[in-house]
Write a protein that binds this ligand. Structure first.
Ligand code: SF4
Length: 197
């Protein structure tokens, strides 16, 4: 069942026209990264260009920072028997006029997200990365900073996080409580969930 879903999703070309109209004129390349039994769900935004080219999620500087936040080395982070990475859109959306990534096309979550998540029945910890994932999983609400600040409302089974992009380095400096309070609690919970067979 899940294998069929992974095959269908890998072949999805619903956004072909949309991506062809962006500056990079790329074709859809869904980055599919989940298997049965995963217990840590990383609900992320959408692949960037480097991830699009590599076909591996978080294969960029954001990934280095995210692994540091989670306390995971590459081997554990990319172990699909334990970690599922399910973005709000499975393909790189392209760049806007300011050279920032476009938002994930909403059609992707509408078509695929419930189907994928319904197959992941062993998830014990969900990490929400960025506003789109927060809105989808928690409902529309306050901005990312407020939601991350209210992390205790959801812990230990869910943690809202800012995007680990280098673009958020200033945010991290402005909000030292994130590194001091949230990350130690997150790392501790990740360790429990990853080690508990
Ligand atoms: S972003 Fe999602 S809906 Fe669009 S082509 Fe990729 S997999 Fe399909």
């Amino acid at each position: 069942m899940m294998e069929q879903l992974r095959t269908e999703l890998s072949a999805c070309r619903l956004c072909a026209d949309r991506f062809a109209a962006t500056a990079t004129r790329h074709a859809p390349r869904p980055v599919v990264w989940f298997r049965p039994g995963a217990r840590l769900l990383i609900a992320s935004q959408a692949p960037g260009l480097r991830v699009h080219e590599a076909g591996t999620p978080f294969w960029d500087r954001s990934g280095t920072r995210l692994r540091d936040w989670l306390g995971l080395d590459e081997e554990s982070f990319y172990d699909r028997s334990r970690v599922a990475i399910v973005p709000m859109a499975f393909c790189f959306p392209g760049y806007d006029a300011k050279n920032s990534d476009l938002p994930p096309p909403p059609i992707c979550a509408r078509v695929w997200r419930d189907r994928v998540l319904s197959e992941l029945t062993d998830i014990r910890l969900t990490v929400l990365i960025g506003g789109a994932a927060m809105n989808w999983h928690l409902g529309r609400g306050p901005g990312v900073t407020e939601r991350v600040r209210a992390w205790r409302d959801h812990a230990p089974d869910l943690f809202p996080l800012p995007h680990p992009s280098w673009r958020n380095t200033a945010w991290l400096k402005r909000n030292p409580w994130f590194g001091e309070e949230v990350l130690p609690a997150l790392k501790s919970r990740v360790r429990e969930v990853m080690e508990d067979a």
